[in-house]
Design a protein around this ligand. Structure first.
Ligand code: FAD
Length: 431
């Protein structure tokens, strides 16, 4: 079990580069393999204790980009930030982006990542037109929503277990300029969040809410809506001066994120005056954490756990109230607590996490058993409500929980490459 701060030291690492060998069999590796993108998953889906990692960042070439229709094909190790640098000046943006641009195309497919526009656009896999899957027996499969469908559905959200994705073709969306019209609004409780949500969703393609999970009683679930849309033509400012990202230089021996700092930060963040509406560049809107490199070090050497669950719509109000109450009572708060509704659109990925409901994501400093016990108490609520926990952000869910959250796991298992496995998979399904 590994919180995110511990990086993969125990894994043999194999660099996959431009001249990827035709066959993994002749590669001199006899251990089990798992692809490693840019390591932005918070848990062990990209780790392989005792096995080997296929480091994919060497697959870094663009193959084709058509600025007339926004179709882009690139090797799987290309970062989303590299795609944006190429396409935003030409008027195209990712159809779906997670909260960091430092993830690879392969990683975005394998976790079927979601973004602030899930209620209108679904997840990343819904915008994948095609990819190539290289199996360890040298077979190369071109997979699309209409060709090799079963491989497409197993690999989108397939946690890297079905083989190596070598290239991906995606559909981008048109934008007029790099600016976002953003709106902020406070809500005083979970009930107010739910009451306002329909109105915001009707007006904005991008919505996410920060919540103060240290608040209790009537303030339980209070927070801030952050909504946005790509600015229309003509509504833009001169390009902002480029800002250099700051870096947290080292991990202090103890976490700087503790009860006191969480309560203080959350109170301030909630009450801070902020403009109700404004025009901002896309980077701080989509990727606020990318401006503070190595931010995970703030959690000290023991690291932290993420917890992201989704609760089906019917039970969402009660289950979320219970989850927030359990967190507030535990005194183990989170600064980065995020709430969002997932829409109906799904990518068809057998193990995809996004499904209709409300999703809540939180960070907890690793306080050992105390934190694990809290997370298990949160899992009780999620299981009871028929929800699910996100594997990309997990380092501790039990096998029983996983099998309940992902009932298609047995169908999926038939597509696993016999040479592939991961620490996550061995943890939730014995080898
Ligand atoms: C600050 C931050 C914000 C985030 N916000 C969001 C968010 O809003 N929404 C969201 O969904 N996620 C979010 N994430 C999680 C992140 O988007 C995913 O974990 C993503 O999959 C990481 O991609 P990666 O390239 O770093 O892949 P890794 O983390 O290295 O690997 C992820 C999975 O992809 C597989 N994989 C990687 N490359 C390949 C390949 N070429 N072929 C086959 N399999 C491959 C790996 O085996 C592994 O199972 C966030 C993470 C951070 C750090």
């Amino acid at each position: 079990m590994k919180p995110w701060a511990n990086y993969p030291q125990q894994n043999e690492q194999v660099k996959i580069a431009l001249f990827f060998p035709a066959s993994l069999k002749n590669f001199g590796i006899h251990k089990k393999l798992i692809p490693f993108g840019n390591g932005r998953s918070y848990g062990d889906v990209c780790l392989n204790d005792g096995g080997a990692l296929l480091l994919t960042r060497g697959l870094d070439r663009f193959i084709v980009f058509n600025p007339a229709n926004g179709v882009l094909r690139a090797e799987a190790g290309v970062l989303l930030s590299e795609i944006l640098a190429l396409t935003v000046p030409q008027g195209w943006f990712l159809s779906v982006t997670p909260g960091t641009q430092f993830v690879t195309l392969g990683g975005a497919v394998a976790n079927d990542v979601h973004g602030k526009n899930h209620h209108v656009a679904g997840s990343f896999g819904s915008h994948v037109r095609a990819f190539e899957l290289l199996r360890s027996d040298s077979e190369r499969l071109t997979c699309t929503p209409k060709q090799n469908i079963e491989w497409f559905q197993a690999t989108v959200g397939g946690l890297g277990l079905t083989g190596l994705i070598t290239w991906v073709e995606i559909q981008l969306q048109r934008i007029a300029n790099p600016w976002i019209v953003a709106e902020n609004r406070r809500f005083a409780s979970l009930d107010e969040f739910l009451a306002l949500n329909d109105d915001y969703e009707a007006r904005y393609p991008y919505i996410v809410s920060w919540i103060d999970c240290a608040a209790r009683g009537r303030a339980l679930g209070r927070g801030i809506y952050m909504a946005g849309m790509h600015a229309p033509p003509g509504l833009m400012k001169p390009p902002p001066a480029e800002r250099r990202a700051l870096t947290v230089p080292f991990a202090p021996p103890i976490s700087l994120i503790n009860n006191l700092s969480v309560r203080g930060f959350n109170w301030l963040y909630y009450h801070l005056p902020r403009p109700a509406r404004g025009l901002i560049p896309y980077q701080p809107f989509f990727y606020p954490l990318d401006n503070l490199l190595e931010w995970n070090r703030l959690y000290g050497r023991r690291g932290f756990f993420q917890y992201q669950c989704v609760i089906p719509p019917l039970d969402a109000r009660e289950a979320l109230r219970e989850i927030l109450a359990r967190i507030a009572a535990s005194g183990q708060g989170s600064m980065l607590a995020v709430l969002k509704r997932f829409g109906e659109r799904t990518s068809g990925g057998l193990l995809s996490f996004p499904r209709p409901g409300i999703t809540l994501a939180l960070d907890f400093p690793n306080r050992g058993q105390k934190t694990l016990a809290l997370l298990e108490r949160l899992d009780e609520v999620t299981r009871q409500a028929g929800g699910a926990v996100y594997p990309a952000k997990d380092a501790r869910m039990s096998g029983d929980s996983f099998r309940q959250y992902y009932p298609q796991w047995e169908v999926f298992s038939r597509s696993i490459d016999p040479r592939f496995s991961s620490s996550f998979w061995r943890r939730v399904i014995a080898d």
